[in-house]
Design a protein around this ligand. Structure first.
Ligand code: SF4
Ligand code: FES
Length: 323
């Protein structure tokens, strides 16, 4: 209610003033003399309303921001303004750590100070640097490119470097755990050997029948925009393993090749430069390959790069049936 009252003058400015102007234009067409008289006050009113709104925003905007209130600009609540406004906030990270000595998980709570820009990865690094240097996690780029910092944050497989502390908050606490869809080495660190060998097994590279042509090409392989669009979304995979962790089939059957490797079969098979599609289809046209997928769709939901393994797998099933 308070918010709509605050926005009422803005609605008047945005809807009322143009309507008045439009009426004035109509009257100008049909009653030129009356319109000339009417136009001046109407335009004045319109400009006044816009002027008052602008001045109000200039005056009140910084005050609202300083007070931590939600501020609306032309009816749009910006992301910047909806996160916590306090300079520093105390947050508890409940870190589920795999203890290699006991083979069991242990929850360690750590209290940290965060600003509105702090990511979960930065919080973990702060814990390691200032509170507990025995904590292990894997990371590299800190910007969602290398795919190293995958972990489970509040129950969802996520990249820690892309997870903002306050957006991940559950009350005043965050749960951070290792991905359990991969074997765990220590604390938050997973063993990706099996994941990478599955990726490698599908021949993830372009292949031409004529090796001479491929390795001593005389000219480039040209592609149309449509040909590029076919494989491009699938080439954004950063091999973070979140899709495999989210997949209920991977979690119950470790022999399943998994959504990441299958999405890459589709990536290379749909590339017009490649001539190795039949071999790849034969590799995954098995019970532990394509046909284990139950189309749960969790893989596509968690992918931080917008790759859609679930769709890729269904398209590959279609190709396997047709071959
Ligand atoms: S498909 Fe997405 S979630 Fe799966 S490994 Fe690639 S980037 Fe990560
Ligand atoms: S640290 Fe590279 S993706 Fe997170």
């Amino acid at each position: 209610m308070r918010e709509s009252l605050r926005m009422a003058p803005m609605y008047v400015a945005m809807i009322g003033a143009p309507v008045l102007m439009f009426l004035a234009m109509l009257s100008y067409l049909f009653y030129p003399i009356a319109a000339k008289l009417a136009l001046i006050p109407l335009i004045t009113i319109g400009l006044l309303v816009f002027g008052i709104m602008g001045a109000r925003e200039v005056y009140l905007g910084p005050k609202h921001r300083a007070a931590g209130a939600d501020v609306w600009h032309l009816g749009i609540k910006t992301e910047y303004e909806t996160v916590h406004q306090g300079e520093h906030n105390q947050v508890t990270l409940n870190v589920k750590r795999f203890n290699t000595a006991t083979g069991k998980m242990e929850v360690h709570p750590y209290m940290i100070t965060a600003t509105r820009f702090t990511t979960v990865l930065e919080a973990l690094i702060a814990i390691k640097e200032k509170k507990d240097n025995t904590l292990s996690m894997r990371y590299s780029c800190r910007m969602g490119i290398c795919g190293s910092c995958g972990m489970v944050i509040n129950g969802k497989p996520s990249l820690a470097c892309e997870a903002n502390i306050f957006k991940s908050l559950n009350g005043n606490e965050i749960e951070v755990a290792p991905m359990e869809g991969h074997p765990i080495l220590k604390d938050l660190v997973d063993d990706f050997d099996d994941f990478f060998s599955k990726h490698q097994s599908i021949h993830p590279y372009l292949y031409r029948d004529n090796a001479k042509e491929q390795y001593s090409a005389k000219k480039e392989y040209k592609q149309s925009r449509d040909e590029i669009n076919k494989f491009l979304p699938y080439s954004y995979c950063i091999m973070c393993g979140l899709c495999n962790d989210a997949c209920p089939v991977v979690n119950t059957n470790p022999d399943f090749i998994g959504p990441q490797a299958l999405s890459q079969v589709y990536r290379y098979n749909s590339d017009s430069r490649d001539q190795h599609g039949d071999t790849r289809i034969n590799l995954v046209d098995t019970l532990e390959g394509l046909w284990s997928c139950e189309f749960a769709g969790a893989c596509s939901k968690v992918c931080p790069k917008g790759v859609d393994p679930a769709t890729a797998i269904q398209l590959l099933k279609n190709d396997a049936i047709k071959k």
